[in-house]
Design a protein around this ligand. Structure first.
Ligand code: AQP
Length: 333
């Protein structure tokens, strides 16, 4: 039985349509699918500081991610929404996980290898060790289902491994989580370079569409998205990565399959396709953006985050106490 579901998004900038189609849309689906489960969706601010962040921007982004969760359809009456750094047990169990995992295991993570190459001013220790914190994020809640994108596979595998290692060494303590992949979800690629993932921290602004981008900006970004010289609209990731990416985005924002969309645009131009796609995204995001504006600076958002934090603290402290006891930390009570 699915008891608890946990996931988070880093506030390393404003959220993109990649974050929505790849993660938040699935969170909303899960919330409706697993009625009996308890949900913990957090803003992963501790993960964001594995690379340097501007403190004022970070603080703003934390609020923005939380508001976007709600605007996109997460219902605070059904799910717990909280900020990771406000629940100290994440860090505390993170350290225990660092003391369970081996350095070699961290060094093998491909995200670490990729991200370290992009660091010009030195690599922070936490960029290496954050998978231990991620293991803690999940194991603290005995989550048995974790919605992730395929880029997080390796981290979830590590979580399972350190959880099992701890259980073997100290006796059964943690539920070992399973990944939840939404089969409809594909990786959304950069509009400027369709061979690269769309990322909120990309320096090229036209490479991503933000969930709170103005309508004209959205249309312009789609209009200027890199495509290929051939003029036909069909899905071929290898030879037509630009158009294939736009087809995936179209499918994500409509209830149509890629095949249906291909048919619809069989004899139409790129221009017509892009113009329709721009309008589709604008219309889809309109109610989300309206709700987002209402919530962002509201007391309601703080109430939701307080409530989520309080519940997360109760559950996570219970687990942490058990873990400390098993490891032999502190005084015997
Ligand atoms: N382009 C994408 N396509 C599909 N899914 C995506 N996700 C992110 N980008 C895409 C999914 O969003 C969830 C939360 O991601 P995150 O913000 O915690 O980390 P990330 O994957 O590193 O996202 P970004 O936007 O690329 O952030 P930066 O630029 O800071 O590294 C994850 O489930 C992810 O799969």
């Amino acid at each position: 039985m699915v008891k608890r579901i946990v996931s988070g998004v880093q506030p390393s900038g404003k959220l993109t349509i990649g974050n929505y189609l790849g993660a938040i849309k699935s969170f909303v689906k899960l919330q409706d699918e697993y009625e009996g489960a308890e949900f913990f969706f957090f803003v992963a601010d501790l993960h964001a500081i594995t690379v340097t962040q501007d403190r004022l921007k970070l603080r703003q982004s934390i609020r923005e991610v939380a508001a976007m969760y709600i605007a996109c359809g997460l219902d605070p009456d059904k799910v717990n929404i909280f900020i990771q750094s406000e629940v100290p047990a994440h860090n505390q169990l993170g350290y225990i996980m660092e003391s369970t995992a081996y350095i070699g295991e961290m060094e093998r993570m491909t995200q670490y290898k990729d991200k370290r190459q992009r660091q010009v001013e030195g690599i922070k220790t936490s960029l290496l060790t954050y998978p231990a914190l991620m293991a803690a994020d999940i194991l603290l809640y005995d989550a048995n289902l974790v919605p992730i994108g395929d880029d997080q596979d390796q981290h979830l595998e590590l979580t399972r491994m350190v959880g099992e290692r701890f259980n073997n060494q100290y006796g059964n303590t943690f539920e070992i989580p399973k990944a939840y992949y939404n089969k409809d979800v594909v990786r959304i690629m950069s509009l400027a370079d369709p061979l690269k993932k769309m990322s909120k921290s990309d320096e090229i602004e036209r490479s991503f569409i933000l969930l709170d981008d103005e309508p004209n900006r959205i249309k312009n970004k789609i209009g200027s998205a890199v495509t290929d010289s051939d003029t036909k609209i069909y899905f071929d990731k290898e030879n037509k990565p630009g158009i294939s990416n736009l087809l995936s985005i179209y499918a994500g924002f409509s209830d149509k399959s890629v095949e249906e969309i291909e048919k619809l645009y069989e004899n139409k131009s790129y221009q017509e396709f892009k113009s329709d796609l721009g309008n589709l995204i604008v219309d889809y995001l309109k109610p989300i953006q309206e709700r987002y504006k209402e919530i962002l600076n509201s007391k309601y958002l703080d109430e939701v985050l307080d409530r989520g934090r309080d519940r997360a603290i109760i559950i996570s402290n219970r687990k942490l106490e058990k873990v400390y006891h098993k490891v032999g930390l502190g005084r015997k009570k």
